[in-house]
Design a protein around this ligand. Sequence first.
Ligand code: ATP
Ligand code: MG
Length: 388
Amino acid sequence: MYLKTLHLRQFRNYREQFVEFSAPKTILLGDNAQGKSNLLESVELLATLHSHRSLRDRELVLEGEQVGQIAAALQRETGCIDLAMTFRHNGRRTVSLNGETLRRQLDFLGVMNAVQFSSLDLDLVRGGPGERRSWLDTLLIQLEPVYAYILQQYNTVLRQRNALLKRQRGEAATPESQVRDAASVYLPDVASSLEASTELSIWNAQLAAIGSRVIRRRARVLQRLAPLAQTWHEAISARTETLEIRYAPNVAAQQDDSEAIQQSFLEKMQQRSIAEWHQGTTLVGPHRDEVEFTINQTPARQYGSQGQQRTLVLALKLAELKLIESVVGEPPLLLLDDVLAELDLNRQNKLLETIQDRFQTLITTTHLGSFDAQWLKSSQILTVEAGQ
Ligand code: ATP
Ligand code: MG
């Protein structure tokens, strides 16, 4: 797919800017705080409806204004598509395809695909499990847009179940100190009263049903991604290191069988019901999943060197590109934010070699020193200064 044009209106520090992409590689060149990452962010939003930098739409709107907009023309093999997204201070968003406003925002997903790679991505290895879950979810949404809907349903049920657990905990006649002091006397009662709660069992069934769909999809995507990442990792590390990627679901998912996962889900909830009652929150489910990366059998998160962690992230990103390309049938866009300067020459070359002209690439930089003459010759260079 090829992004032909981008039109930013009152988006971040852009008042009004029209951009035409005239080469498969675009270098966004500029000093700090001029608007390079903002431009990449607009493309990320079109691809995923989500920005990794911001949770609130009001931050996306040019300061002092109420409404902001991103519009783009995307060439796909099936034809050209106009995409537009409007943000408002009050958080209400509208999205449209070919001028027609969509009733469900989720229908916007899957039209444009992009892989984002920024210096923040080291958090994917170093950060907490939540970083890895949201990475996996963003990838899944692009591969199967329906996943966004499943995830949304899961989070809704989870919130409602948590609210119920909290309420039940508050309503329970037994003060907590008493429960602790006389655990053996009170806990069986607590357990049976929880069992009796029909409301909770309804939520349990729903959480297990939707949760097992999340788990199955996460397991499947990692199964497909891992060999690709391993191949890249071998190539970048010159075969000196082996990468293992392991999905560590909170609810066991040995087999790709929805019913078996649901069954384990319900059993685990049963086992953890007393702990859940105490903590007033849901302790079982894919919102507690983890993805483990090991390099030469050593956990990369705790023990990986900075260089090893970078190699790992680079291998994951290259694997994402290939996976999206094979599933979607067209190469996704690649957004590189400040990454070249952080890679050594060998890794820079691997990345640039892979891109060639196969993936349309937008790349930000503060100086052109990292690019060789051939790259510069074949790239469009846009200078970004104060939102222009
Ligand atoms: P760096 O090289 O440091 O990464 P950059 O060119 O990528 O810089 P951006 O992150 O794209 O910089 O832009 C940052 C600028 O945008 C900052 O000056 C910030 O104040 C401004 N900015 C961010 N959001 C808004 C907004 N809603 N309204 C106006 N300005 C904004
Ligand atoms: Mg930036």
